[in-house]
Design a protein around this ligand. Structure first.
Ligand code: GLY
Length: 305
């Protein structure tokens, strides 16, 4: 077995390891772990601790993929409901659809018993409003939110503030390879913006025969390249894990517009090798790893380009 997750995964990583060791299906084990991440307010990019959109509303994205069946579930721009990854799993298990967004996702959550929650943490609200006060004129503040938001999308949205989605990849005791993600997305994003975390093939992909991949940071880049799918497809075509990730890195590097600086690719293969590569030079990006035979999880440093 192997479990790979990004640095923000710490609140739920051991929970997932314990469940994998107990023989649980990898997807359920990871969703249980991610639920703990989503409820940890000190993780400032996922769930309750995340940052709101421009209007001060929390909007969550999450996705899951069962690499054995290639079933997928995801939710996007989900308001007032957590845990988002568990809801994505419910979409996969209970609906003939892959993705629900916005009001439809919230309605489905309530139908199946998820309570509505206040998901805007006081400190996030304070920081959001302070940012608006800094950026908007007194006239704009007085009229807020009835002002055009589009001009703000290039001034107050902040790709630097959000470093990580949480992403979990595993190969479980039944040799199933699975992927799960969750995020609150870019700080101060335009309402309704989806990142790559709910987009299968971009933010996550899994195929039990070959491996899995998931990405963190600026989803706008990995959506343009279908990065997670590129990695797994390359392995299907016979590339090693290292070469598959390199191909995805090369594709992303060809993009001459957008913010590539923070993107991190996490990947595992069916031989339980792993690779984590970061585009951020000069800053140590960490990840969590556990494999059968290791006494406990290890925090390691990603490769940089
Ligand atoms: N990778 C997370 C996002 O772009 O929202």
């Amino acid at each position: 077995m192997i479990l790979l997750a990004n640095s923000e995964a710490w609140p739920g990583f051991v929970e997932t390891v314990d469940r994998l060791n107990a023989g649980e299906h990898g997807l359920g084990a990871m969703v249980a772990g991610i639920s703990k991440v989503e409820h940890e307010v000190s993780v400032r990019s996922v769930g309750l601790g995340g940052w709101p959109n421009m209007l001060g509303e929390m909007e969550f994205d999450a996705g899951v993929m069962d690499g054995t069946t290639r079933d997928v579930g995801s939710v996007g721009a989900l308001r007032d409901i957590l845990p988002a990854a568990a809801l994505a799993q419910a979409v996969m298990q209970r609906l003939p659809h892959v993705m629900l967004t916005g009001d439809g996702a919230r309605r489905f959550a309530q139908e199946i018993g998820f309570p509505l929650e206040n998901t805007l943490f006081d400190d996030s609200k304070r920081v959001w409003w302070a940012r608006l006060e800094k950026e908007l004129t007194p006239e704009q503040l007085a009229a807020f939110p009835y002002i055009p938001l589009a001009p703000l999308s290039r001034t107050i949205t902040d790709p630097e503030r959000v470093r990580d989605t949480t992403v979990f990849l595993c190969r479980d005791g039944s040799t199933g390879i699975h992927a799960a993600t969750s995020t609150s997305g870019w700080a101060w994003k335009y309402p309704g913006r989806l990142g790559d975390s709910p987009i299968p093939g971009a933010g996550f992909y899994a195929d039990s025969r070959y491996g899995a991949a998931a990405c963190t940071h600026t989803g706008e880049m990995t959506m343009r390249c279908g990065t997670a799918r590129t990695v797994v497809l390359a392995m299907r075509l016979g590339h090693s894990l290292g070469d598959a990730v390199k191909l995805a890195v090369d594709e992303l590097s060809e993009l001459s517009t957008g913010f590539l600086g923070g993107v991190v690719i996490h990947a595992i293969d069916a031989q339980e090798n792993h690779k984590v590569v970061s585009f951020r030079c000069g800053e140590g990006i960490e990840y969590w790893l556990w494999q059968t035979g290791m006494p406990g999880p290890e925090r390691r440093l990603a490769e940089t380009l």
